[in-house]
Design a binder for this molecule. Structure first.
Ligand code: AMP
Length: 408
């Protein structure tokens, strides 16, 4: 089978590595660090299966375009991708499906938004309706900060049109879980659970980012919890989508908060997580290409398979990320890290300079995944590899997958 992966980051690199075990893989546009990258557009590439990585092309309808050209596509059409493209719509679907989630209100005008904000005890949660690369969510203990954020978002100053409608939410507390499910339109099968770390700095301080690290498996997410999330949230969501005429073939990634009142859905993403994919796919042992092709064709027949080893992924970001990422710095030590056992360094935002040296070319640059018999071993392996790599201003968290830590 020949698979075309669409995207250019660490997630697509991890997908390509996992798919390549059983398929020929081409990645468009990819990046200079991902083998098999080509500048050819997906429509020009002849493949048996197209796997769309990022949310932006999904929301823009790339899956529909490819399907109407007769291609087999893993990824929802624009109708299903609205789950991620509009938090307001996602909340509607959750309500219809009876899925537990944070109480919320949707607003386009400042005064009613602030009035609703005042009714909440805090901390306060303000989200852009539209896509904001994981950065459109503010969680703050300061009412004034939340109020200013509402004004900045609704005016279009903060996130352009993506913020002209906001969702204001009840604050939820508890450890978070990422459950990525492969869907064939009717049925969802879960991949190994993961936990990701969205805040920039250690101890969950600093702004939300696209993700600073992840690990899998998650000690508190056993089969019973996974089954509960599937039964109470993911399957009812798929049924509601079907009732709305949406044939959802792709990833439903459930972002869940495990509150003292049970699991509550924070959000759905419509694609694999980045960096969750970099922690989950190195553990997959089955035929991923076959599974995704079956889902794309509307009938999952195989089961995803994972080995017992753990994986921990640490994201290396540039100075200034996420607000003002600096690029163009020479990366030292990459080959040394690549050569370490049980380490894979996924290339997210890299390029080569005129002398052939690796340079930084995006906010999140490298995703360093270590594997091992357990999370602690995988973690130590990942951080040993991180220690080999450097460039001016490199940022990373030192507490990814730390024992006793639960991301929030
Ligand atoms: P989202 O993109 O909606 O998943 O939000 C990004 C991150 O913000 C989540 O992973 C949580 O850490 C945090 N967050 C979102 N909604 C809430 C909420 N209602 N209560 C507490 N934290 C939240």
């Amino acid at each position: 089978m020949r698979v075309c992966v669409i995207g250019s980051g660490g997630r697509e690199h991890a997908l390509a590595v996992a798919l390549r075990r059983t398929a020929d893989v081409v990645v468009t546009p990819g990046n200079p660090g991902i083998p098999g990258s080509t500048p050819d557009a997906s429509a020009q590439i002849d493949a048996d299966l197209y796997v769309i990585g990022p949310e932006i092309p999904l929301v823009a309808g790339l899956a529909d375009e490819l399907r109407s050209a007769g291609k087999l596509v893993f990824g929802p059409g624009a109708d299903g991708a609205r789950l991620e493209g509009s938090k307001v719509w996602m909340k509607e679907v959750l309500r219809d499906a009876g899925v537990p989630t944070a109480a919320s209100g949707a607003f386009t005008d400042v005064e009613p938004a602030l009035a609703f904000l005042r009714t909440l005890p805090g901390p306060w949660v303000v989200k852009t309706d539209g896509l904001a690369a994981g950065k459109g969510v503010l969680v703050t203990g300061s009412f004034d900060h939340a109020a200013a954020d509402v004004v900045a978002k609704l005016s279009g100053v903060a996130f352009g049109d993506a913020g002209r409608q906001v969702v204001i939410e009840e604050w939820l507390d508890g450890p978070e879980l990422s459950l990525q499910c492969v869907c064939d339109g009717r049925r969802a099968v879960p991949l190994a659970p993961a936990q990701d770390f969205k805040r920039l700095s250690d101890g969950d301080a600093g702004p939300n980012t696209g993700g600073m690290g992840a690990y899998s498996p998650v000690p508190f997410a056993g089969p019973d919890l996974v089954a509960e999330v599937l039964e109470r949230a993911v399957q009812p969501t798929l049924a509601t989508l079907t009732a709305r005429g949406v044939d959802y073939r792709g990833v439903l990634y459930a972002g869940i908060m495990l509150t003292s009142n049970g699991p509550k859905m924070l959000e759905y993403n419509v694609r694999f997580g980045d960096p969750e994919a970099q922690a989950v796919f190195p553990r997959s042992t089955g035929d991923l290409a076959a599974l995704l092709a079956e889902a794309a064709a509307g009938r999952i027949e195989s089961e995803p398979q994972f080995d017992d080893r753990a994986a921990v992924t640490v994201v290396l970001a540039t100075g200034g990320y996420p607000l003002d990422p600096r690029t163009g710095d020479v990366i030292e030590g990459l080959e040394k890290a690549d050569a370490l056992p049980d380490v894979t360094v996924f290339r997210a935002g890299v390029d080569r300079d005129a002398d052939g040296a690796w340079i930084t070319a995006g906010g999140r640059v490298l995703d360093v995944t270590g594997t091992g018999a357990d999370v602690a071993t995988a973690r130590a392996t990942a951080y040993d590899a991180v220690a080999a790599i450097s460039w001016p201003g490199m940022q990373y968290r030192t507490d990814i997958a730390e024992i006793g830590h639960s991301a929030s």
